[in-house]
Design a protein. Structure first.
Length: 295
């Protein structure tokens, strides 16, 4: 399920640097707008095709159907500590196969949805519409995980899945060990998986019990450079995760290098197929709170 995705660049002097992340396509397989706090840092803007929204006041909404269309940056208080102009929400159709359709409607990073129509039976990830929060430094280096005392995040989403849906709601986290050319490590946290099958489990761990995070078991898949935490048992559409604990576990068990640092945290939906019908993928609340150690 390794995918290739272009990391969204930092809004700093490093932004001119082109980043390339290699890898094959992620396989999808298996059987089986309510306004929130926050406003754009400037007026709502989208790269690519822009139209009015059919659901809410156009003055509050950014809309785009472009392959890599993006809305923002936003001044959105539930997301803390970003090191650029603020979080964005993007289309991220990084594998535009024939017959894909997707359109993004954004009020802010905690209130947005994408309508998608992906071919029935498709077995590769086509897109990951979602929000992006950057945590690299102005010196163009990743922020060491050891600098954080906690990283918690909460979410509420719905995919409105049908029998032909193949997708999941997930965090997509990019890490490295130094400067801007080394977005070497990708970690996903998948909590709502629909018709994606299962990946080979390398290990399992229990997280939660503090910070309002429920105690749950997670399975780890090592997909040759991409590490994937998948929620065991019943999937959830609303909840909270301890991101730092999950990343530190990977460091402590040598799945990630000891000197790993954080570049970026994305949250949204990996979409392979909607069964050839229109489907709405919606986020109705989202928070991300990294806390740096004092001193």
């Amino acid at each position: 399920m390794k995918k290739r995705k272009n990391p969204r660049l930092l809004g700093t002097a490093a932004a001119a640097l082109a980043l390339a992340v290699g890898g094959g396509l992620a396989a999808c397989h298996g059987a089986s707008p309510v306004a929130a706090a926050g406003s754009p840092a400037s007026s709502p803007a989208a790269s690519g095709a822009v139209t009015s929204s059919p659901v809410v006041d156009q003055s509050l909404t950014c809309t785009t159907s472009a392959v890599m269309g993006s809305c923002g940056p936003y001044n959105y208080p539930p997301i803390k500590g970003t090191t650029d102009a603020g979080p964005t929400v993007g289309q991220d159709v990084w594998n535009p196969i024939g017959g894909w359709e997707q359109k993004l409607y954004v009020v802010n990073p905690g209130d947005w949805y994408a309508t998608a129509n992906m071919p029935a039976g498709n077995t590769a990830v086509v897109s990951m519409p979602g929000n992006t929060s950057n945590y690299g430094t102005v010196a163009d280096t990743s922020t060491p995980l050891s600098d954080y005392s906690s990283i918690y995040s909460s979410f509420t989403e719905t995919m409105n899945p049908g029998s032909g849906t193949s997708a999941e709601a997930a965090y997509d986290i990019w890490l490295g060990q130094g400067n801007g050319s080394d977005w070497n490590n990708e970690v996903m946290i998948q909590h709502d998986i629909v018709n994606r099958g299962t990946c080979p489990v390398s290990a399992s761990a229990v997280f939660g019990g503090s910070g309002g995070v429920p105690v749950r078991t997670w399975h780890l898949c090592d997909n040759g450079g991409e590490l994937i935490w998948q929620l065991a048992g019943r999937q959830v559409q609303s909840g909270k995760v301890n991101i730092l604990a999950m990343l530190k576990w990977l460091v402590n068990h040598r799945y990630l290098p000891q000197n790993s640092g954080l570049w970026q945290i994305d949250y949204g939906f990996e979409i392979c197929s909607t069964g050839g019908r229109n489907e709405t993928f919606q986020v109705s609340s989202y928070s991300l709170v990294p806390i740096l150690r004092q001193g």
